[in-house]
Design a protein around this ligand. Structure first.
Ligand code: ATP
Ligand code: LTN
Length: 331
């Protein structure tokens, strides 16, 4: 088969926002029509920040249900839970031995998260991008659909693939990122200079995929804009720009068309329409999600089938790696 391979992952570390949806998951659905897609619930990544075991278990199911409710078909794409395939941890160890401390310490996400943490820093937060590189390289991935915030991590995965290939011999495909242009970064509704994040403490800053209609409409009504009262798409009006991007992502209309349509309207009218647009768009998602969450047995089956397929592919790469570095193969 010469279809390209796509890999991506989402952490079960909180309730997903429309940022995760627009920046990543919505794209996954389109990609499965054209490529061999593999999507993981990356639970091993999520424990780099403390998790309550019961919540982690529940969220792992929720991310899987989110994938399916967003239209990812488990018959077409491989859907699995990262910790079910031990090859991720194994390749991560190998890659950590060719990773440079300097490069890892320059990772923006590490710098941000380590500044925020007032406790002792854990080593997993530092080596996290190496595990992400292992996720990607194990499947000989060509394309990695992610949001803008993952660009630097992806660059590391490319560097490690090239370094290993150069040191030993061609082993890994060097992956490319697929980062949506305008919607690669959706910003907080309250502080439009900050990324919309599922770990934000301000509940009004993000729209969760789980939010009901009224909550969505209310949050958008209250989103921060500006006092210019001029409907324009520009960097100086970040709040409005972000809302226009969200509109475009859900309606499929171009930014120019949206600006053309609302240029003589007050922001409030635009926000009202946007609230209904997002609520309508997420309605079918929420219904499917609720149904899926009622049947955990089915989700268990899906993750089992996915893990079997993923293990097979991952092992092929891992065996090759072990052979090249000089590990004796078990006879
Ligand atoms: P946190 O916000 O808690 O730091 P996260 O949402 O960045 O976590 P993941 O769940 O792993 O972490 O993200 C899943 C995908 O969603 C990634 O591809 C990420 O780039 C994308 N993503 C996350 N936030 C946004 C955002 N605000 N805009 C666009 N894409 C995003
Ligand atoms: N680091 C990513 C999640 C992630 C991922 C991956 C994305 C882990 N492994 C492999 C793409 C490919 C994040 O925090 N958003």
């Amino acid at each position: 088969m010469d279809k390209k391979i796509v890999f991506s992952g989402v952490q079960p570390s909180g309730d997903l926002t429309i940022g995760n949806y627009i920046g990543a998951i919505k794209e996954f659905k389109k990609l499965q029509e054209e490529y061999n897609c593999i999507f993981s619930v990356v639970d091993m990544h999520s424990i780099t920040v403390p998790q309550i075991p019961k919540n982690l278990r529940q969220r792992t199911y929720e991310i899987l249900a989110t994938y399916i409710a967003s239209g990812i078909d488990p018959e077409k794409s491989v859907l699995f839970v990262q910790s079910h395939v031990p090859a991720h941890a194994e390749l991560s160890w190998v890659l950590s031995t060719i990773s440079y401390m300097g490069q890892l310490s320059r990772m923006t996400q590490y710098k941000e998260k380590s500044q925020r943490s007032d406790e002792n820093l854990n080593a997993g937060l530092f080596t996290y991008p190496v595990l992400m590189a292992a996720d990607i390289l194990l499947y000989q991935t060509d394309l990695v659909p992610v949001g803008e915030d993952q660009r630097q991590h992806l660059e590391l995965a490319r560097d490690l693939a090239e370094r290993f290939n150069y040191r030993y011999s061609p082993t890994f495909v060097v992956p490319k990122g697929l980062i949506p242009k305008e919607t690669g970064k959706i910003y907080s509704l309250k502080e439009p200079n900050k990324k919309m994040s599922k770990s934000d403490e301000d509940l009004n800053a993000s729209i969760l995929l789980k939010d009901d209609r009224d909550t969505i409409i209310r949050k958008i009504r209250k989103a921060v804009t500006d006092s210019k009262a001029e409907f324009r798409y520009c960097e100086e009006q970040k709040g409005l720009q972000n809302l226009i991007n969200i509109h475009s992502a859900f309606s499929g209309e171009s930014v120019e068309d949206i600006v053309g349509h609302y240029k003589n309207s007050p922001y409030s009218a635009f926000k009202e329409d946007l609230g209904f647009l997002v609520a309508d768009a997420l309605d079918p998602f929420r219904h499917r999600f609720d149904d899926l969450m009622k049947n955990k047995k089915e989700l268990d089956e899906i993750m089992k089938t996915g893990a079997d397929k993923a293990s097979y592919l991952a092992h092929k790469t891992l065996r090759k790696v072990y052979r090249k570095i000089g590990f004796v193969q078990p006879k």
